[in-house]
Design a protein around this ligand. Structure first.
Ligand SMILES: [Zn+2]
Length: 85
């Protein structure tokens, strides 16, 4: 009789542990999602977009190719713009 009670108690304890772990993972996920949302919202403000001098496409400043006072989206457009003159 005592052993059966013990087994039931262990079973309840294990279920409780699983439930706690599940709850913690759900909370972590929700926290990560809100963090990601905040990051996504902050991104467009931080990124300075520049238009390509050749095709006019807007590209983030870090990815842009700077040549003098002009900015290009890729090496091909930089060369194409230079060859035009
Ligand atoms: Zn371009």
């Amino acid at each position: 009789m005592f052993i059966r009670t013990l087994i039931i108690l262990i079973g309840i304890w294990m279920l409780w542990q699983i439930f706690q772990g599940y709850k913690a993972s759900l909370e972590n996920e929700a926290e990560n999602q809100t963090k990601q949302k905040k990051q996504n919202q902050a991104m467009p403000e931080k990124q300075h977009m520049l238009p390509c001098a050749f095709c006019g496409m807007h590209i983030p400043e870090q990815e842009a190719i700077h040549r003098g006072d002009k900015v290009y989206c890729c090496q091909e457009h930089r060369l194409a713009d230079e060859n035009q003159r």
